[in-house]
Write a protein that binds this ligand. Structure first.
Ligand code: ADE
Ligand code: ZN
Length: 327
């Protein structure tokens, strides 16, 4: 119908996509074969059948295992190009891609290999598909501050290829404060700052992401609704929340989509956006997320759809000149 058509056809920006989470089972098997990597699942179907998650950690274990097939720059380029083609089909015109260098450098794949493949894909996305994009390097929060600093050091020769830094992986027990000094250093370097907070972790982690890490956007942030004072601040300061509805249901943050709080976030004036997080694992790309959310939440209207698209551009790290060219 009309609302579905609007959701699918409207231009949008994606701000929360872990590029390793776009690796479809078919591509995992193809890359395993190409690289001579052995997998612990016998088939694409068996792998996909293992995608039944109970919480964030149960997903992360299988997500890090899937990334083990990525060895060469060409693998990273192929993975990102497959994502960009899906994004194009969903009328995504701008994408900010998270990547997890530590998942690869820990396996002996160099930072240069990772960034070279991803940078090539970003250039091709612009040339072949008309999609602008940038890269956000994430630190794995279950690893140490020292390892995060070492990763930042490795990234320095490629500083111009990275728009910002983020914080992801296991949230509970790894509060933002653990990376206060790393983020202070990144801030000095002029990098944009974001962090996952309030996905499984408490509202206190959203507060410390804002006040200690000084992030500009909160990734997820859906548990902010438990703290009315925090909600007022997020609304007043228009702090963007990159919400990922299908992810939240797959990882049991909400039992069903009809319990999702996206409508509440928007109606309370927050700059919420819709994103896919790890689309190969959670059952859908951008438009699947929009459609599933609007189908489950009848209070969401065309006005909310426009608002979400506008928020995604407002919240992006595209410079002001390019943003005004969009309008
Ligand atoms: N890494 C990939 N997806 C993630 C998520 N949803 N939360 C934390 N870390 C992640
Ligand atoms: Zn995420």
């Amino acid at each position: 119908d009309k609302l579905h058509h609007l959701l699918r056809a409207m231009p949008k920006a994606e701000l929360h996509i872990h590029i390793e989470g776009s690796l479809e089972p078919e591509l995992i098997f193809a890359l395993a074969q190409r690289n001579g990597v052995s997998l612990s699942y016998p088939s694409v179907e068996a792998l996909r059948a293992a995608y039944a998650f109970t919480d964030l950690q149960s997903f992360l274990d299988i997500y890090y295992a899937g990334a083990s097939v990525l060895l060469k720059a060409q693998d990273f380029e192929d993975m990102a190009m497959a994502y960009f083609r899906r994004a194009r089909a969903d009328n995504v015109v701008h994408a900010e891609l998270f990547f997890d260098p530590q998942t690869h450098t820990a396996r002996g794949v160099s930072f240069e290999t990772v960034i070279t493949g991803l940078t090539h894909a970003c250039a091709r996305a612009q040339a072949e598909l008309g999609i602008s994009s940038s890269l956000i390097m994430c630190f794995l929060r279950h690893l140490s501050e020292e390892e995060a600093f070492a990763t930042l050091e490795e990234a320095m020769p490629f500083r111009s290829q990275i728009v910002g830094v983020g914080l992801d992986s296991s949230e509970r027990g790894h509060p933002p404060e653990k990376f206060a000094r790393v983020f202070a250093k990144c801030r000095e370097l002029g990098l944009h700052l974001v962090a996952h907070a309030g996905e499984e972790g408490p509202p206190a982690y959203v507060w410390s992401a804002l006040d200690v890490l000084k992030v500009e956007r909160i990734d997820h942030g859906v548990r902010s609704v438990e703290d009315p004072v925090l909600m007022q601040r997020l609304a007043r300061e228009r702090v963007p929340l990159t919400v990922c509805p299908l992810s939240n249901v797959k990882l049991c943050v909400f039992k069903t989509m009809s319990e999702h709080n996206l409508a509440t976030l928007l109606d309370q004036g927050l700059a919420a956006t819709v994103n896919s997080d790890d689309p190969a694992y959670f059952g859908g790309y951008m438009n699947d997320n929009f459609v599933a959310t609007f189908d489950a939440l009848p209070q969401l209207t065309a006005r909310h759809a426009y608002q979400l698209a506008a928020n995604s551009f407002e919240a992006s790290f595209v410079d002001a000149a390019a943003k005004s060219a969009w309008k």
